[in-house]
Design a protein around this ligand. Sequence first.
Ligand SMILES: [Zn+2]
Ligand SMILES: [Zn+2]
Ligand SMILES: [Zn+2]
Ligand SMILES: [Zn+2]
Length: 324
Amino acid sequence: MDLDSVECVSSSDGMDEDEIRPNHHHSEFSSTKPRNGGTNNNNSVGPTAMAPATSVHELLECPVCTNSMYPPIHQCHNGHTLCSTCKTRVQNRCPTCRQELGDIRCLALEKVAESLELPCKYYSLGCPEIFPYYSKLKHETVCNFRPYSCPYAGSECSVVGDIPFLVAHLRDDHKVDMHTGCTFNHRYVKSNPREVENATWMLTVFHCFGQYFCLHFEAFQLGMAPVYMAFLRFMGDENEARNYSYSLEVGANGRKLIWEGTPRSVRDSHRKVRDSHDGLIIQRNMALFFSGGDKKELKLRVTGRIWKEQQNPDAGVCMPNLCS
Ligand SMILES: [Zn+2]
Ligand SMILES: [Zn+2]
Ligand SMILES: [Zn+2]
Ligand SMILES: [Zn+2]
């Protein structure tokens, strides 16, 4: 952790309890594998009500790819089932018995699936929700407990994980600068400010109030005009991001631009936030004016602060989209 030039002006935030803890209340749903085929029955305490559900769940696992099967579920003449994705890959041969596959649906299994209720697949990450079989997938694409994508911009990084994991990943794999504290004072220097086309950008991670924030700074083309933009993203979900605010200031020669906003969640991609212009935007002419000197070099001094808002239960989700 790099502490220089960073000063924490606010120390009034109490303990930030991490409330998103994995809870294992629903772990009884977790196992899809029978334990030891019943040889331990002598030791079992009471009837095991989960056993039938477990085996139905197993029936719904495609024997080829082991993914859960969704309609249409197929079967061969001998009754071996497989998922629709695998069916297109096996060239009309049942992978289990090698017989011709034909085009038989397994309606009974589809109906059984319909009657099932299953926990969200992120139950081990803390999601307590239980869904009818066919609406489970839809929920899982928006589940608050789903892992986050790597917030590093400008790369095709496909790493996912929880926030502590991603913070370590940004530091170790992307060599991102890490700062502790809720105020910052950054200098962005670029020797050839005329080149904006190949979007130059920087990322710094801030750690304060027990949370992590990503400060993005980048140059890009806004319509015909080259601009610089700085904005903050919160490493967590949208509903938590709303508990924080931040300000950014840039200026020189008696002028300054100030941006005050709410950090966006890293659930929103870097590009989405940038394209909604939700941050401090500096026109290049102004940026060069702020840089002083002969305007051959970009030298922007950006100062900023992050603070915690009073809890406001009535605050709704409100995000600008200024693009025309
Ligand atoms: Zn399959
Ligand atoms: Zn078969
Ligand atoms: Zn969930
Ligand atoms: Zn990454």
